[in-house]
Design a protein around this ligand. Structure first.
Ligand SMILES: *Cc1c(COP(=O)(O)O)cnc(C)c1O
Length: 233
């Protein structure tokens, strides 16, 4: 994609977020943009970084690590948003600021044990599997409280909130339902833990407006920024 096209897309995504904020009386500064750069080459990330984007989301560990090495001179913040396997946790704990996809105790325990002390706590969201979920990842809502209590007790993890990845839906009102559900689950969890949780990671290219209307604090946007993803090598 040309630099001009990328700039136009970046501006459009920022505008979409701003309009959804306006519609819901929210301050656009409260909605962070995770640029989902999986399957995009390092040059595309560098080009977006040059336009002012700082936070990037990746789903595939090896791919992410090679881009991080190439872009190490840039002040970027890396978020891991993909499914996590036990044998990958060490590199995730060492190379990312955030993990959005914690969905079981074993993963949380390993991330906490493997997080280098010098980096400070790893910021985490628990991924919740709501009805109609596209993927099999995510904890069932019924199992959320015990998992959150476990994460809360992990010394090098900082539990920030919840993430979800609902099945595609074209209709705005239908898109809002799982996001409203996640917002309610977060509120109930915060009440249970006796402290506020400040993060709702929800909304992608096709449904970011619905997510912002329901309180998203991170939207994770790939295609709308970078165009269609090339196939994985
Ligand atoms: C790929 C991906 C996204 C971005 O999806 P787009 O539709 O390209 O915006 C967001 N979140 C997760 C977890 C993803 O895997």
């Amino acid at each position: 994609m040309s630099g001009e096209a990328l700039q136009r897309r970046y501006h459009e995504v920022r505008e979409r977020i701003a309009r959804a904020c306006q519609r819901s009386g929210r301050d656009p500064a409260t909605v962070g943009l995770v640029a989902v750069s999986k399957q995009q080459p390092a040059e595309a990330l560098a080009a977006l970084a040059a336009l002012g984007q700082r936070v990037f989301g990746e789903s595939y560990l090896q791919e992410a690590l090679s881009k991080q090495a190439v872009l190490a001179h840039l002040p970027l913040e890396w978020h891991f948003i993909g499914p996590l396997q036990g044998n990958k946790t060490r590199l995730v704990a060492e190379h990312f600021a955030w993990v959005h996809s914690v969905d079981r105790e074993r993963i949380a325990r390993r991330l906490s044990e493997q997080r280098p002390e010098a980096l400070g706590p790893l910021q985490v969201c628990i991924q919740v599997n709501l009805s109609g979920e596209a993927s099999k990842s995510g904890v069932e809502p019924e199992a959320l409280v015990p998992l959150a209590e476990f994460v809360e007790a992990c010394p090098r993890l900082q539990l920030r909130g919840l993430m979800t990845l609902p099945a595609r839906n074209e209709d705005l009102e239908r898109q809002r339902r799982p996001f409203a559900r996640l917002r309610e689950l977060k509120q109930r969890l915060a009440d249970h833990l006796g402290r506020p949780l400040d993060t709702l990671s929800m909304g992608m290219s096709a449904d970011l407006e619905a997510a912002v209307l329901e309180g998203a604090t991170w939207v994770r946007v790939g295609t709308a920024l970078f165009g269609p993803r090339p196939p994985r090598p």
